[in-house]
Design a binder for this molecule. Sequence first.
Ligand code: SF4
Length: 220
Amino acid sequence: MYTDDELLMISAIQHFYYCKRQWALIHMEQQWVENVHTVKGQILHEKVDDPFIFESRKDYFISRSMPLISYHLGFYGVADAVEFRLSKSGCYIPSKDNFYEIIPVEYKVGKPKEDNRDAIQLCVQAMCLEEMFQTTIEIGYLYYGKTRHRHLVQLNKLLRQEVYELSKEMHETLENDKTILAQYSTKCSNCSLYNICLPKIKKSYKSVKRYINIKLTEKE
Ligand code: SF4
């Protein structure tokens, strides 16, 4: 179990999954640069309170911007939306005096990605909710702004195992204060931290200052 001081932001896991260097720059060195993708993401999240997908019905209700925490995984954050569907096999909600199945919904800008990073983030949210409500959550949804569709995600054992391993590695990296070097790849062209990361600098240059000096010399 982790302590309050050791908890990490849930959203950080998708950065870690996508690029460990990006995660380190944002969460260890507090670097963040806006680009078109991050701004679009913020606008979409500001609109989460608009009822553009859901309606309230008798058999379910929705909690928006719900605080989340898991001491077991070592994460905290906020869920965009959590659906509570009336179900005899669900968990008891005292304020409603009834039983509900819990389903997290995460909103994303753009379209579904080729990798698993959005599902990983959704799975962490579900695992936080499981710990908070002492229940089991089988599914969640990812809503994409570009396609305006939501996609069902099965929160299976493989996904959960991946979450456990990433969580462990993130906490260990922070604790050991390890430096994570850049590895240039096709991902870098869309990265908001490209100009801070400078991924094309060879490791042998060791520092940005040395890199700049070398490049200046090359032009002379
Ligand atoms: S520029 Fe590339 S290596 Fe650097 S943080 Fe972004 S994705 Fe990672």
